[in-house]
Design a protein around this ligand. Structure first.
Ligand SMILES: [Zn+2]
Length: 59
């Protein structure tokens, strides 16, 4: 198995497919999480805890 050790145990497996987003302030990769049944992506910065939510682009 090649699961990343930092993956939250309660996160859906699709998070690897989600686009990365950099924190507006820290310029670091934000933590991704699917919300609203997978319709939205919730990003959280691990450094400053800035949060951002964006709608998933339809395939
Ligand atoms: Zn930040």
């Amino acid at each position: 198995m090649t699961e990343p050790s930092t993956s939250p145990s309660n996160a859906p497996s699709q998070t690897a497919d989600l686009p990365d987003r950099l924190c507006t302030w820290c310029k670091v990769a934000m933590t991704k999480r699917l919300v609203a049944g997978g319709q939205f992506i919730h990003y959280t910065c691990p450094k400053c805890v800035f949060q951002h939510t964006t709608k998933r682009a339809p395939k």
